[in-house]
Design a protein around this ligand. Sequence first.
Ligand SMILES: *Cc1c(COP(=O)(O)O)cnc(C)c1O
Length: 379
Amino acid sequence: MIDNQPPIPMLDLKAQYAPIRADVEAAISRVMESHQFILGPEVEALEAEIARLSRCSFAIGVSSGTDALLVSLMTLGIGPGDEVITSPYSFFATAGAVVRLGAKPVFVDINPYTLNMDASLLESAVTPRTRAILPVHLAGQVADMDAIMQLANQHGLAVVEDACQALGADYGGRAAGAIGSLGCFSFFPSKNLGGAGDSGMVITNDPALADRVALLRNHGHRPKYYNLAVGGNFRMDALQAAILRAKLPHLEGWTTARQRNAALYREYFSQAGLVNREDAPVSLPRETDQGTHIYHLYQLRVQSRTALMNHLKSAGISTEIYYPVPLHLQACFADLGYQPGDLPHAERAAQETLALPIYPELTQQQIVRVVGAVAEFYR
Ligand SMILES: *Cc1c(COP(=O)(O)O)cnc(C)c1O
């Protein structure tokens, strides 16, 4: 397909920046003039804003989504000998945080339609050593939290939500991250609300947990140089907070645009006859009826994935695989003893998922072009 159209990237941060440049620049110079670069009023203001958005009592700004997970598990006192049940189909940090504390991740397979943890498998994964469940709200859709919370309450387990891809998603009137004991967000630049570097946040409704997260975020100092606990440097930068505050008023509009793009994909893929039939080469992401999907990612399941990716690449269309190796088969977790075939749905997803561009600034014409290029491949 030879055309002279500009390439379609996975994300177009340049297009996003143009209309907010003045606000972001003002935020940056505000921090530069204040000379308060770590924590402080900008971080506190963002914490209040994220708590309000998540309809949650407490928010604690941290250094990344990874550190949000790590400090949440530290707050629960998770360590050697403990087990944390989690999803094998996530970004590495989900399981990495568990292992860094000397605890053991126990993976349950995913629901093949939502790609989230299959809650019906939890019961059989609980042992006397289980301390917590760590569900991931993959792609921007909340996992089956009613079933997860019920099981957790029955067994007295904590729940840490990896909501790094789901800021602002709703689940039965509650916000992603605000349902379990603690919820974790990432503001990595490519997330729906992304900073100009690394940062993250932990939210909770429990004042004791909030206090402990805040203590551990800064080495367990209380007061400074008097240490009540061994924490870390998980502090959030004021520059990130100020930039995120400039962007936050746009988040709802960006989410609506992502949802509109998902609806357009659905319409055009149906029109192209590529979906919803027995031998369809493409399956579209499925929305549950329990909440809103904020489409951090738009993941198809496709046949002949590598060839399709190459075809799209030659048509100037970027795609990405989230994720090519399920966590239980990562080389660094070999000593956990998992084998290929143990978690078949996650393993199949790793072979078949393909994420298309879904960013808010994507135009209807670009979506038509993407679907057209997919249709051309399967013709
Ligand atoms: C992005 C992400 C993280 C890690 O966030 P960082 O800010 O990059 O450390 C953790 N879990 C999931 C599911 C993510 O998407």
